[in-house]
Design a protein. Structure first.
Lengths: 111, 112
């Protein structure tokens, strides 16, 4: 499933380098954030989440940072691999409302 | 669990025809979401259900679109009549609540 908008931000990274994907959110009431990865022809897949009472959370090769002061979220991928090539979406939840997805960033890994 | 199941995976139809997309959520999940994804608009939430009840359908583009969830294990999204601008990938997702959603593989719809 293509998820590329005409103006989808693209990040190109050399294999083995670290990647940082950024996301700005607008709702200061959002209390839960999720990063999704969407590979070509597939649906979005959960990567990692973070609650608003935290500023950092680590997973396997991925770290999410949350800066509530400037309403900024980032996803760091260590030692980027070709299999990391995909579109990455941040999503936010405020209270009982469903996820609101960002527009996405395309990560392209150069072998 | 097989995850969220959608059918068909691909649908090609002619303008004016009725299209029905189907979704089986993950067993035990009580929330179900229908999304549409296009190059121009990205991922759009069309409607979501909680405990089989439609909660918010404000994302449904027109009256030509309708969705039902007759039971906890099945939902349909219907477009009648279909138009070329409805061409998109339609995703179904389910969750235990409105938190982490699990997406199906999508249905690629092409309306000629």
């Amino acid at each position: 499933g293509e998820s590329v908008g005409l103006h989808l931000p693209t990040l190109s990274v050399q294999e083995g380098d670290n990647s940082i994907i950024n996301c700005a959110y607008s709702n200061s009431a959002s209390d839960y954030f999720i990063w999704y990865k969407q590979e070509s022809g597939k649906g979005p897949q959960f990567i990692i989440d973070i609650r608003s009472n935290m500023d950092k959370r680590q997973g396997q090769r991925v770290t999410v940072l949350l800066n509530k002061t400037v309403k900024h979220l980032s996803l760091q991928i260590a030692a980027t691999q070709p299999g990391d090539s995909a579109v990455y979406f941040c999503a936010e939840i405020a209270g009982n409302t469903p996820l609101v997805f960002g527009k996405g960033t395309r990560l392209s890994v150069i072998a | 669990d097989a995850g969220v199941i959608q059918s068909p995976r691909h649908e090609v139809t002619e303008m004016g025809q009725e299209v029905t997309l189907r979704c089986k959520p993950i067993s035990g999940h009580n929330s179900l979401f229908w999304y549409r994804q296009t190059m121009m608009r990205g991922l759009e939430l069309l409607i979501y259900f909680n405990n089989n009840v439609p909660i918010d359908d404000s994302g449904m583009p027109e009256d030509r679109f309708s969705a039902k969830m007759p039971n906890a294990s099945f939902s349909t999204l219907k477009i009648q009549p279909s138009e070329p601008r409805d061409s998109a990938v339609y995703f179904c997702a389910s969750s235990l609540w409105v938190s982490e959603q699990f997406f199906g593989p999508g249905t690629r719809l092409t309306v000629l």
